[in-house]
Design a protein. Structure first.
Length: 252
């Protein structure tokens, strides 16, 4: 396997008395697309949110085990969550642009974290929009409200909004669930471009999407990681009967 971007060791997560993740051991390679699949309630979105500690915002959450990013346990005492969330960006299920202009959406994080001079904003906005293949469409509409964009453009903008923070990892929680098939294809193509520079982890209910867009796939069931391997192996010759039954539609 190539360089490891994220590693979990004996990861457990509890919502109060309910254990949502059970003993997860996982190594996610850098600069690949990794898909997390499984039926609703299996823990895949919870696992995704562990990687930038979004679950901390939920009352009663407890975590044990380790999550190693950049050689550091992100649950160790003294971890700077602001720095972690710069390093690990998040794109949500539905596009959630700020009710600001396209330009203001891109520079918002830069302003909050004071990561660049205002004189640099123009170049950064252009680079971010070029990265998500929006520059040609929006270069003359930078002062337009982001809420007036199509859903696909809004989702691309939300990805572009993360990039100026220079993350290493992009987390995407069902990023195409609100999009039509044509827009979904475009986002999947974008993932293939972005993985040249970023580690991408997606949660998806769409088996075809996992098969098309990912290099590796993890199958979760009832909080456990049942199988993790190259996507082609998961979909053609899974090692576990439960994985085969899920992929083939026998349950889920």
């Amino acid at each position: 396997m190539s360089e490891i971007s994220i590693e979990t060791r004996g990861l457990n997560l509890f919502y109060g008395d309910f254990q949502a993740l059970i003993g997860i051991d996982l190594q996610i390679p850098a600069r690949q697309v990794t898909a997390l699949i499984g039926p609703s309630g299996c823990g895949k979105s919870t696992l995704l949110r562990v990687f930038n500690r979004m679950n901390d915002l939920i009352e009663g959450v407890r975590v044990s085990g380790q999550v190693i990013i950049d050689g550091q346990d992100i649950f160790a005492p003294g971890i700077d969550l602001l720095s972690l969330r710069e390093k690990v960006g998040m794109v949500f299920q539905r596009p959630n642009p700020f009710p600001l202009t396209v330009y203001e959406n891109i520079v918002f994080g830069l302003s909050v974290h004071r990561l660049a001079r205002r004189s640099e904003y123009g170049d950064i906005v252009e680079q971010a929009l070029r990265s998500v293949l929006l520059w040609d469409d929006l270069k003359d509409r930078l002062q337009q409200s982001a809420l007036k964009l199509s859903l696909e453009q809004q989702q691309r903008l939300c990805i572009a909004r993360v990039l100026p923070l220079k993350p290493q990892i992009l987390l995407m929680d069902e990023p195409c669930s609100a999009l039509d098939p044509f827009a979904t294809m475009h986002i999947e193509e974008l993932m293939q471009e972005l993985k040249k520079e970023y580690t991408i982890v997606i949660v998806t209910h769409n088996m075809q999407q996992a098969g098309r867009a990912s290099d590796r796939t993890g199958f979760l069931y009832l909080g456990k990681l049942i199988e993790f391997d190259e996507t082609v192996k998961i979909f053609t010759k899974p090692a576990q009967t439960m994985t085969e039954n899920y992929i083939s539609g026998r349950f889920g």
